[in-house]
Structures are given as C-alpha cells and as structure tokens.
Ligand binder design. Structure first.
Ligand code: BEZ
Length: 186
C-alpha cells in the first residue's frame, strides 16, 4: 500500500535560541526519513526572513547539516494566529513548540505542544507518521508504544466475521481487543 502524503508544520519560539537550533538541525538530518514517508516539512517562527537566513548559517555550522526545508517568516503572525501558536499566557512575541501533521484532505491529524524548555522528540513524530499511514487505509489502530513491525489492533467497528476475511489468523484476546500483523506499507 502506497504511503499517504502528509505535511508537517512546526513552530519554534525564536531564531538564535539553543534548543531550536538543535531541533532544526535534527529535522534537517531526518530529511531522508521524511522523504521515504512522502512527508513534506515546513518550520515557522515570527522572526523576519533576514534572521532566518543568518540563523540557518549557525544551524548548519553547529549541527553539521544543511537546512533542507523551508522556514516561514511569519512576521505579521498570520499563520501563528490561525494555528493558535502564540500562547496567551506566554510571550506575545514567540510561538510555542507546536507540531501539526496535516493529511491530504487538509485536515489536522495530530497536534503536539511542547514547553519551550523541552526540545521535541522527532523519533516520536516519525512513529506517529508511520501509525497514521498504516491505519489510513485499514480499520486498524496502533497500541501503546507501538513500533513498526509490532502487531496492530483491529477496530471495534469490524465484526469478527469481517476480521476473519480481512485479517486471517487474527488473535482475539477479548471481544474488544483483537490483534493482527500489520499490513505492509511501502
Ligand atoms: C530555545 O530554543 O532554546 C528556547 C527558546 C525559548 C525559550 C527557552 C529556550
């Protein structure tokens, strides 16, 4: 099954800050992982384009990578306001660490908000993307701490009879807890 195309929009509080520098460097290094999954990534802060351009040089120098994705310079806060990225009880001039995964239907599939003091776990983002793409075309879901290759859960909306046809050999632990091997995603 071909992977569904997804977009990731993520905001960082401000350019020239230490945690954000490591985050944007990490996203650049994850490019092949995003490409493999048919995912397009775009970053955002409310800093001007000239700051982005200068900061990119620092990211590339300190994180030993090439920034290979666009960064929105949302100086007038149009996007930040639409996506509620400016927390009313936080700095008015800084976006929080938001992440949105957006589907081909332009609907938001995931939102995450991290505190300014915590750099994001991009392995977790990849894990959720794998789960979203796996479950997009099947009535399946992924259990707690699921990793690629682990068994998946059959939706309660699928009858046992239907499950036997669609997921031969599925395991019925409880009437509402049925497990099966994950289908292949390319
Ligand atoms: C940082 O990216 O390092 C950072 C940004 C805002 C507040 C605290 C840390």
């Amino acid at each position: 099954m071909a992977r569904q195309c997804l977009g990731v929009l993520f905001s960082h509080p401000a350019d020239f800050t230490p945690v954000c520098t490591t985050e944007l460097g990490t996203v650049a290094k994850f490019k092949t992982e995003f490409d493999k999954r048919n995912v397009k990534v775009i970053a955002l802060s409310v800093d001007p384009l000239s700051d982005h351009k200068n900061w990119i040089k620092d990211i590339e120098e300190t994180q030993e990578t090439t920034v290979n994705f666009p960064i929105i310079a949302d100086e007038n806060k149009n996007v930040a306001s639409l996506y509620d990225m400016i927390h009313p009880n936080s700095l008015e001039k800084a976006t929080v660490r938001s992440v949105f995964v957006i589907g081909p239907d332009k609907k938001i599939k995931l939102t995450l908000t991290y505190p300014a003091s915590t750099g994001r776990n991009f392995y977790e983002l990849i894990r959720v993307i794998d789960s979203l793409q796996l479950t997009a075309n099947h009535q399946l879901a992924t259990p707690a701490n699921w990793e690629k290759g682990d068994d998946v859960v059959i939706s309660p909306a699928v009858s046992d009879e239907d499950a036997a046809n669609r997921f031969p050999g599925f395991r019925k632990v409880k009437p509402y807890l049925r497990l099966t091997k994950a289908p292949e995603t390319k």
